[in-house]
Design a protein around this ligand. Structure first.
Ligand code: GDP
Ligand code: IMO
Ligand code: MG
Length: 439
């Protein structure tokens, strides 16, 4: 069996969750290595829909799953997501889900800061940036293992004093009182009220109590050295599947900085994020048949016309985490080529091809002019519905041509084509070989 890594090649939401679920069958362990609950990975199996934010998508097929040390883990989200998944019939136990104790904890104050600081990046508001800042800063960081140390409350006191000062700073900066800012947070997130005192300061007592109530639930899943051993064993047995979140263009180093997330979303992030060297035989790039982006930042092929609207509507392009409408545009070859080069992608899963049915024409950005404007090649569209197709040959010729054109422009095998959100709407063009001789 090969070791596989699934990586987004654009700005996220390429359909990673669906493909992880599909390929998990071939794996013994599925591991997330970076990010946090900014991710929203959607799986549709028969008529059931699951949206996973922290728990790896392999949990649905009953694989052993790891939340690696590279993640920032909101303890509330962790508890809630497991409860919700259990309610929808998914079995989750400390046997099949491991949380690495070196992962960092997202506290309510990280989320508060993420909601009130400068908005130009358009973050998901899940506390990702502030938690990674604390990780790099070291003195404020709280790792999962620290939740069970005796001086936790002392640490919280220092941190919350710091965050209350920031809260005042940003309120003043936005020309508002602390009360006004707090009330606007409660309006969208009523559950946050419990973390504030009557003067609208973040309360050490309240946050500490909340943690005390939940940390025993969390503790049962925490294993630090074992997490690495499980990864190493799966990797030696060639049955590890690593699940990336976000996309390469959102990588803090390789992406469209500063309009990025705060983690390394590519192959490099997987080595540190799981803590173990793994030889990934299949470096699978998830490529959406067009482009989307949520939040701020450059997007050269973005459409503001009826074609953009059509993509959003037909593709259901609304965020799985925040519900925000996604910005939509034509396929950008340079973006995906860069991701292929950076991550050593050797196999492509092309997703959402069905969304392009019904377009009279389709454009592909094949380069940029001197002013940085996209240079397009236009191809004919097709009208036929392909959501029930079972093989490549069943696609209309124009659709086949589009796939072939992408494959040749990207110079990488398209191994899988996805023609709908469901597990069985997946067409294999080139099988993943069980025995890899060379890459
Ligand atoms: P991820 O973050 O990369 O896992 O992607 P998301 O789950 O955020 O967004 C992808 C969306 O497209 C989800 O609603 C999926 O159910 C859906 N989806 C995935 N693959 C396909 C496909 O081939 N066709 C269609 N129409 N929808 C798809
Ligand atoms: P999945 O795994 C799409 C975007 C946000 C924002 C920027 C920084 O579902 O593909 P953050 O909250 O991470 O500090 O936000 O990154 N972003 C995503 N966009 N899909 C995601 O995850 C994303 N995670 C973060 O919209 O522009
Ligand atoms: Mg998503």
């Amino acid at each position: 069996m090969p070791n596989m890594i699934i990586l987004g090649t654009q700005w996220g939401d390429e359909g990673k969750g669906k493909i992880v679920d599909y390929l998990a069958e071939k794996a013994s362990v599925v591991a997330r290595f970076q990010g946090g609950a900014n991710a929203g990975h959607t799986l549709k199996i028969d008529d059931k829909k699951y949206v996973l934010h922290l728990v790896p998508s392999g949990i649905i097929t009953g694989k052993k799953c790891i939340i690696g040390q590279g993640l920032v883990v909101d303890y509330n989200q962790f508890v809630n997501e497991i409860r919700e998944l259990r309610l929808s019939g998914v079995e989750i136990t400390p046997e099949n889900l491991i949380l690495d104790g070196n992962a960092h904890v997202i506290m309510p104050y990280h989320r508060v800061l993420d909601m009130i600081k400068d908005k130009h990046i358009g973050t998901t508001g899940r506390g990702i940036g502030p938690a990674y800042e604390d990780k790099a800063n070291r003195t404020r960081a709280i790792r999962v293992n620290d939740l069970f140390s005796i001086n936790l409350k002392e640490r919280l006191e220092k941190n919350i004093e710091f965050y209350n000062n920031l809260f005042d700073f940003f309120s003043t900066k936005h020309g508002k009182t602390r009360e006004e800012v707090a009330l606007s947070i409660f309006e969208n997130n009523p559950s946050f009220k419990i973390y504030f005192d009557e003067n609208f300061y973040l309360s050490v007592e309240a946050i500490n109590n909340d943690l005390e109530n939940k940390k025993l639930f969390v503790q049962r899943f925490v294993k630090t050295d074992e997490s690495k051993l499980v990864i190493q064993t799966a990797s030696q047995n060639k049955s590890l599947l690593a699940e990336g979140a976000q996309g390469t263009m959102l990588c803090v180093d390789n992406g469209t900085y500063p309009f990025v997330t705060s983690s390394n979303t590519g192959l490099g992030g997987a080595i540190n994020g799981l803590g173990v060297y793994v030889d990934y035989d299949y470096r699978i790039g998830i490529v959406k048949a067009y482009t989307t982006r949520v939040g701020g930042g450059p997007f050269p092929t973005e459409l503001f016309d009826e074609y953009g609207e059509q993509l959003r509507k037909q593709g259901g392009e609304f965020g799985a985490t925040t519900g925000r409408p996604r910005r939509c545009g034509w396929f950008d070859v340079a973006v995906v080529k860069k991701s292929i080069m950076l991550n050593g992608i050797n196999y492509i899963a092309l997703t959402k091809l069905d969304v392009l049915s019904g377009f009279d024409k389709i454009k592909l950005c094949v380069g940029y002019d001197n002013e940085g404007k996209p240079i397009y090649e236009e191809v004919d569209g097709w009208n036929e519905d392909i959501t029930n197709a079972k093989s490549f040959d069943e696609f209309p010729v124009k659709c086949q041509d589009y796939v072939k054109k992408l494959q040749s422009l990207l110079n990488t095998d398209v191994g899988v084509v996805s023609v709908g959100p469901k597990r069985n709407q997946t067409i294999i063009i080139k099988h993943i070989e069980e025995n890899i001789l060379e890459n």
